[in-house]
Design a protein around this ligand. Structure first.
Ligand SMILES: [Zn+2]
Length: 247
């Protein structure tokens, strides 16, 4: 199926946390969206590959995705290899997205950093005719990077105010990963992961709130592009909605 926007994450739940609100918003605008997780999450501290696949499907429904898929790259061993690039090239060619969303290239988890490199390289390589796969060559218009644990100075921020509550619903679909009120007492000492602590979801919400404030709306998600963005008409582009962001 042809998509307008395709987001890649190393693991199920990566995309929901970083740009779930934007995907919900795009789907609401009538765009076809998709998420591809490079791994099945089998080495995660909590949950099994089966549980994570079920949760991934539930989150996909909450995001309104047209396509969601897990590839079979080994979790914890997402490496920048030709074999892995070919798997991603095949997906980009199959779905022909105008924009590809990739994780930011600096991260605590090596899978995330390698996923970033793999997706960026593959988006370019997918356009080379001499690299042969089942589908014909296709290159997305733009690769945009979304935020993981480490922050960047955003190239642009998307207003997700109307989608933020639904984003939190998508995140809560991962019941094996995140805090539930019926399972209190998560602490580092009890072997709980960082993301299972109750304050983790608050952190996501407060980050969205902070990026929203930067563009004068309630909630926002930050994105980075490597190239300068062209603006045809600065007067129209910096319209009345920019009044809140003048320093
Ligand atoms: Zn991850």
């Amino acid at each position: 199926m042809t998509l307008d926007a395709l987001a890649f994450g190393a693991h199920a739940d990566d995309v929901e946390l970083s740009c779930g609100g934007t995907l919900i918003k795009l789907a609401g605008m009538g765009y076809k969206t998709g998420v591809i997780a490079l791994t099945r999450g089998e080495t995660g501290t909590r949950g099994s590959a089966e549980i994570r696949a079920r949760e991934f499907a539930k989150a996909a429904e909450a995001l309104g995705l047209a396509v969601h898929k897990m590839l079979d790259i080994a979790d914890g061993r997402v490496e920048v290899t030709w074999e892995n690039k070919l798997k991603i090239i095949a997906e980009i060619r199959a779905h022909k997205p105008r924009i590809v969303i990739a994780p930011y290239w600096i991260d605590r988890h090596p899978d995330h950093e390698n996923a970033s490199q793999l997706v960026r390289a593959s988006a370019y390589l997918a356009g080379l005719k001499k690299i042969e796969t089942a589908e014909e060559a296709f290159r997305p218009v733009k690769v945009v990077f979304c935020q993981g644990r480490f922050e960047f100075a955003p190239s642009f921020i998307v207003d997700i105010t109307a989608a933020q509550a639904q984003k939190m619903n998508a995140i809560r679909a991962y019941t094996s990963q995140f805090h539930r009120p019926d399972r209190p007492g998560a602490t580092p000492e009890s072997g709980e992961t960082l993301i299972a602590r109750p304050e983790f979801l608050e952190l996501i919400e407060s980050r969205d709130r902070r990026y929203g404030a930067q563009i004068g709306v309630r909630y926002g998600e930050a994105f980075l592009v490597r190239e300068a963005l062209g603006v045809d008409d600065p007067v129209a582009f910096f319209g009345p909605e920019y009044q809140w962001t003048i320093p």
